[in-house]
Design a protein around this ligand. Sequence first.
Ligand code: NAD
Length: 286
Amino acid sequence: MQILDGNLVSKALKANIKIEVDNLKIQGVKTPHLAAILVGADGASMTYVGAKEKDCKEVGFDSTVLRFDADISENDLLAEIEKINNNDSIDGLIVQLPLPKHINEKKITETINWKKDVDGFHPMNVGLMFKGLPCYLPATPFGIIKLLEYYQIETAGKSCVVIGRSDIVGKPMSILMLQKNCTVTICHSKTKNLTELTQQADIVIAALGIPEFLKKEMVKEGAIVIDVGISRVNDASSAKGYSLKGDVDFANVSPKCSYITPVPGGVGPMTRVGLMLNTLEAVKRK
Ligand code: NAD
C-alpha cells in the first residue's frame, strides 16, 4: 500500500508555481493576483480564506480579501463582484461559500466574469470542462487529477466509482475520470446497490461527507481509494475538542489498497494547489 501524499505533492507543485511567477516578474509580466470575497464570520470559511492567503504569499501571488458583514444585500454584493470583474489588476476571483441564506449563490456564481472564475463554478467553465476544452477546473477534482498524475497512476480502462454528485466535487470528478478513460459510475444518496458497485471498482473516490463511510468490506484488494471527505468529529483527546475524519475507514481500508489518500494530508492540500494553478493560468491566458 502506498500513501498518496498530498502535502508532499502540493509542496512540489507550489515550488514550480513559484518559479513560474518569478519568471513572469523578471519578464515584466504582471504578478498573479487572487481576490477572495468573504461574507460573514463563519469559522470554517475564515480558516479556508486565511489558508488561501497564505498559499498566495508562498507562491508569490498578490492577494486581496474583501470582507463583508453577513447582512450585506445581494445587490450590493453583486455590485462588488462587478467592480472586481472590471479591475484589470485582479486575475482571479473566488467567493467563499456558503453564503448567507438571503443571497442566491447561483446568481453570484454566474455574475463572476468566467475568465476570472478560478473556482471553475461558472456555467461557461462547467460547459468547457464537459467538452474537454481549456477552462478552469474546480479545484478539488483538479487537485485529485494532479495527484494521480504525479504518482503516474494508470487510469485508462479502469472502473471508477465516484460517491457523491455535488456540483463542486462528485459531478466534475466523474467527468474528469471519464476523460482519463475510466469507466465511471456515479453513486449518490439514492443509490441502492452501492456496496456491490464499490466492491467491483478499481478506483473509489469518496465525496459524500459521512465520516468513515467506506468500510473494508466495500473495497476490493488492490483498489485505489481517494478520500475527499472532511468532517469534524468530537474528540475529547484532542486539544481542539475535535478531530478531522475522512469518508473512508482508513485504518481498516488502507491495508487492502494499492494507493490511498490520508485525511488530513491527501486531497485537502491538493485542492489548495488547484486554485493556485488556476490563478497562474489566468495570467498566462492574458
Ligand atoms: P455535498 O453535501 O454537496 O454532497 C454530498 C453528496 O453525497 C451528495 O451528492 C449525496 O447524494 C451524496 N450522499 C450523501 N449520503 C450518501 C450515501 N449514504 N450514500 C451515497 N451517497 C451519499 O458535499 P460536497 O460539497 O460534495 O463535499 C463532500 C465531502 O467532501 C464533505 O465532507 C466536504 O467537507 C468534503 N470536501 C473536501 C474538500 C477538500 O479539499 N478535501 C473539498 C470539497 C469538499
